[in-house]
Design a protein around this ligand. Sequence first.
Ligand SMILES: [Cu+2]
Length: 464
Amino acid sequence: MRSRRDFMTSILTIGAGAIGSRAVASPQAFAQNAGHSHSASRQVRESHSPPPVLVETPDVPQLPWRMDGNVKEFHLVAEVIKRELAPGREVNLWGYNGSVPGPTIQVNQGDRVRIIVDNHLPEITSMHWHGFEIPHDMDGAPGTSQKPIPPRGRFIYEFTLHQTGTFFYHSHMAMQEMMGMIGTFIMHPRKPYQPRVDKDFAIVMQEFSVLPNNLVPNSMSMEFNWLTFNGKSGPATTPLIVRLNDRVRIRLINLGMDHHPIHLHGHTFVVTGTEGGRQPVTTWGPKNTVLVGVAEACDIEFVANNPGDWMVHCHLPHHMMNAMASGVGPMTRNLMTRNSAGNSMPGMQHNQAQPPAAPNAPTLQGHGMQSADADQMQPEIANNANSVPGFPQDAYMEGPMMNVDSLVQKPENYGLPRGWSQFMQGMMTFVRVLPPDLYDRIMAMRRRPPSDPDSTRSHSNHGA
Ligand SMILES: [Cu+2]
């Protein structure tokens, strides 16, 4: 068993690593961690059933724990973080352990759980365990079930969990919810649900209102221009990688001000669970779109028997956009229009990694705009425009989108067609249903450290 110091070190490492970089915890490392759980190994022996398939949360780390006797102890720190929603668009959010959404917690049915919550925010907070059937004084309702946690304060939650399914934790202060404060909490059943799945994912849906030239969301706004899956907007979202004919579960969690009709291309799924747990098989009707309401969770399952890179996305048009039209001025629109003249699909012919920009080419705000198309732009603006406060207004990939393939390279995007990033915005990602050879190749790349250039090298086509 690891010492407390080791435990704290691992927490801090994950927290620090999540800031300003891809907050992806290794599922393999987490599986090893899970394997060291006494209760998990005992449970396997008793039931003679294999351990649960661990839930992957792309772009969000897993929260490690330590065993204290028979108690699984977790540690969450509420804090201010920076999150890059899409290339060049970093914002200040509030989350947990360096991540928005907060790190994913996975436990087994029957576990005794302790969660230490430290408040590093400048104001009071409280943690609510959404849907948990636990004693009232552990519910996290500030002012009634407990006194709120003061700045620099701590509250220790402890309870035994008898439920199963897709749950989540969140601050019970409304404004803090809109600053990002939610995380996934999976309760695995003692006996795996039938039929068993090969792949299990969770996606937290959030929305932020970030006005042009602002770095902090307006938590009072009723209109949102950044829509995220696991704290990333397309094309920065990380695709779900599955092998052809895998049975796949996706757990959709919504905490915001809008409902999201989530649509999957190329497959028909069934809804097998809600925020209340597993649903009876008699309720499983065929669907390809499911409306996930505010504060709801929805588990969908399907057999990935149709090969391809299938979009999965919210179908509300404004939720398939980044930064929408708010504050877009004529100059930026003109630039985009001019750029696309004579080139109906800008960027599709110019996807070589980062060609040098023309000497007078404008440099738009943020490296996200220094795309492969920079060499096609006409010098219509001042050379120093980028240093002028207020320019450009927030036309982030508005209109004809920019090709940022090279800025979102990662193993999970390996083999996507050139220019794919122009058509992914907001709550959009892929379920990539891959033949075994390509699946194995991407998994091998994921196991390599990110510093290995081969782990993120871009190729033009499947198996190329
Ligand atoms: Cu939506």
